[in-house]
Each structure stands twice: as structure tokens, then as C-alpha cells.
Write a protein that binds this ligand. Structure first.
Ligand SMILES: NC(=O)c1ccc[n+]([C@@H]2O[C@H](COP(=O)([O-])OP(=O)(O)OC[C@H]3O[C@@H](n4cnc5c(N)ncnc54)[C@H](O)[C@@H]3O)[C@@H](O)[C@H]2O)c1
Length: 342
């Protein structure tokens, strides 16, 4: 099987490429990524020389380029990870989120349709469901929960999901969608909560926490997400949405404290900063469908996954220290003021 993976130089896409090449060495992967601030080619170095892997620097908004690539490479399957993915950035500048996450998706699907791709898989997020109240722990997101977004990011992802289902219904494109909860693990860009806290704590810098830090997220180790997507590609039913989550709800503040504990750092590094606009309260996925239909269950418990992740950041300082410089530093200071990563 020839799999075209977009956004494979980012966090989840790169982990998916490593997972697939290991699990299915008979398949080949073509990675397409335009290398935004969040894409890092050095992440893919371990597989760059592998015969069944190739990389093309291309923007999914480049219709002509994408069609040309499909003409030349004829992929069997497309997995679309490429996206602008950071909520805070979408609040600052929504435009590029609409262009990449919606228009880019439509271009990929047009090419998939024109070249008879056997499966188009859209990597989506639990954020399309909006949020749940804190005082109703009995409520969860199901695949048929209405879309009810809060941020420009989640709105762009929900729009893309609607478009994916429309291409299925209107043109018969063989699509699947997965909606996953928050991921953590190796190669996550250090603007996201867990790597940001690890990097700052290691440097004894302040740990900026939105508001009281009481917002709840459902965390999943990235490899468990990759395993779920792999299963959906091979056994999932066309035209279906699958929720992916680990039933592992944690308050942001408890994650930050746990990282402090693991690294032997004091809680007085924690700084409560002004809350994010429209901040979602609680996300909670019910992954019952993927469990029942495809037998998926997460392998990694949070207590183990967070230790693995911290150890990975300790062992790969050169990877993230390179990133925490230049333009990212300017962005960080704008968002969190003084106390940035230096
Ligand atoms: N991180 C999470 O917790 C999470 C959870 C659920 C779903 N998702 C979804 O998973 C996908 C991947 O998320 P991530 O955290 O790995 O994101 P990321 O920001 O780490 O990586 C995104 C990648 O896409 C590339 N990209 C961006 N715009 C592009 C364009 N126009 N053309 C080509 N490449 C482009 C970037 O260079 C980068 O390599 C996204 O679609 C996101 O919505 C993420």
C-alpha cells in the first residue's frame, strides 16, 4: 500500500510515520509537508534514507502541485494530518487556519477523487464538539454529538469534517474521520502544554498556566492515537467517524504539578496568567465505538506515558532547544510576556 501522509514533519504525523514503517514495512510512505514553524525535517531524519519512505516539501494549498504529485505517485491512501493546530495562534490570526485546514483539505480530496484514492482519512479533533460543563462528569462526546465549536481552530477543523462527509455523500469519496483527544509524547512542539512545562521547568523558568488551571483535558499517548488511525485505515468502515480517547481526564494544573514533581521542581514556578479567550472547560471522549468495532484500546497508562515523555525531552534537548529560538521566542514573549524560555 502506498500511503500519502500530509503534515508528517509535525508531532503526530511523524509519530504515525515511525509507527507505520515499523508495523507495515511492506508499505511505502510519501510525506508531504510545507514545513511551517511546527514542521521539523530533522524529526524525520531516522527514516529519511529508508527505501520505502520519501519526503516532498509542498503546501497542501498548492492545487497544481498536489494534482501533479498525485499524477506522478498515485497513492492508494491519503492520511491528512497537515493543519494549523494551535488554538492560541488561531485566536491571534484565524486566516491561515481557514486556508490550510479547510481549503487545503478540499484540495487533497479533489485530488483523491480525481485519482481514485481507495481511502481518504481526515485526522480531526475532539475540539469540534465544543466543551462540556465541569459539574457534569457523566457527559461525554459521542460520534453523533452535535458540532459546537469555540475557537477559530476548532471551527476550521469542524468545517473540514463537514466537507469530508459532503465529499463522501456527494461524490462517493471513500472517507473516514477520527476525532482524538489531546495527545502527548515525543516530538511535540514546545508551545503545547506538556512540552512547554517540561522545557520551562528544566530551565527554572516560570510555568504559565491559564486562569486557575482547572480546565480538564482527556490525554492520550501519541502512539495509541497512531495505532487507532492504522486500525481505521485497514478495518474501519467507509463514511464513519471514530472517536479516540483514553478516558484519562486531568486538570491542567495537576499536569503541571505532576511535571514539577517528576523533575523535582518547586510549585512556586507556576504563574497564573490571564485566561484564554473562550477557553473550553472540559473535553471527554467516549471511545466505545472504536473499541467495539475495531478492538482498539490504549496501551499506555498516563503515569507511564508522562514519564516516557519527560525522559524523551531530557534525552533530546538538542531537538527542542533548536526550536526554542528565533521567531518562536518572539511569539512566546507576545503570548506570555516576560519569563519566556531563554
Ligand atoms: N496535538 C493534538 O493533541 C491533536 C489532537 C487531536 C487531533 N489533532 C490533529 O492532528 C493533526 C496533527 O496535529 P499535530 O499536533 O501533529 O500538529 P503540528 O502542528 O505538530 O503539525 C502540523 C504539521 O502540518 C504541517 N503543515 C501545516 N500547514 C501545512 C500546509 N498548508 N501544507 C503542508 N503542510 C502543512 C506543518 O509543517 C507541521 O509539520 C492536526 O490535524 C490536528 O488538528 C491534534
Amino acid at each position: 500500500m502506498k500511503i500519502l501522509v500530509t503534515g508528517g514533519a509535525g508531532f503526530i504525523g511523524s509519530n504515525f510515520i515511525f509507527y507505520e514503517l515499523e508495523k507495515h514495512p511492506e508499505d511505502s510512505i510519501l510525506c508531504v509537508d510545507c514545513l511551517t514553524y511546527a514542521g521539523n525535517l530533522s524529526t524525520l531524519e531516522p527514516v529519511m534514507e529508508q527505501e520505502n519512505f520519501s519526503f516532498v516539501k509542498m503546501d497542501i494549498r498548492d492545487r497544481e502541485g498536489i494534482f501533479d504529485l498525485f499524477e506522478k505517485t498515485r497513492p492508494d491512501v491519503v492520511v491528512n494530518f497537515a493543519a494549523e493546530s494551535h488554538v492560541d495562534r488561531s485566536i491571534e490570526n484565524p486566516q491561515v487556519f481557514l486556508e490550510t485546514n479547510i481549503i487545503g483539505t478540499s484540495i487533497l480530496m479533489d485530488a483523491a477523487k480525481a485519482y481514485g484514492v481507495k481511502r481518504y482519512h481526515q485526522v480531526s479533533t475532539d475540539e469540534v464538539y465544543g466543551d462540556l460543563p465541569m459539574d457534569r462528569p457523566d457527559l461525554f462526546f459521542y460520534e453523533d454529538t452535535p458540532l459546537h465549536t469555540s475557537s477559530p481552530y476548532s471551527s476550521s477543523k469542524a468545517s473540514a469534517d463537514l466537507l469530508v462527509m459532503a465529499y463522501h455523500r456527494t461524490y462517493g469519496l471513500p472517507v473516514t474521520i477520527s476525532r482524538c483527544s489531546n495527545n502527548y509524547g515525543p516530538y511535540q512542539f514546545p508551545e503545547k502544554l506538556i512540552p512547554l512545562m517540561i522545557a520551562n521547568a528544566l530551565a527554572d523558568k516560570p510555568l504559565p498556566v491559564y486562569g486557575e488551571g482547572l480546565n480538564i483535558r482527556d490525554w492520550l499517548y501519541v502512539q495509541d492515537h497512531c495505532k487507532a488511525i492504522d486500525l481505521i485505515l485497514r478495518k474501519g468502515r467507509v463514511g464513519e467517524v471514530y472517536n479516540i480517547g483514553g478516558h484519562n481526564e486531568m486538570r491542567n494544573i495537576d499536569i503541571v504539578k505532576l511535571i514539577c514533581d517528576e523533575l523535582g521542581k518547586p510549585y512556586d514556578l507556576i504563574r497564573h496568567v490571564e485566561d484564554r479567550k473562550g477557553h473550553d472547560q472540559r473535553y471527554a471522549i467516549d471511545p466505545g465505538k472504536i473499541h467495539k468495532e475495531l478492538g482498539w484500546l490504549p496501551d499506555t497508562k498516563f503515569a507511564d506515558g508522562i514519564r516516557l515523555t519527560i525522559q524523551w525531552y531530557l534525552d533530546h534537548k538538542d531537538w527542542w532547544e533548536n526550536i526554542i529560538s528565533g521567531d518562536y521566542q518572539k511569539y512566546y514573549e507576545k503570548m506570555y510576556g516576560e519569563g519566556g524560555i531563554h
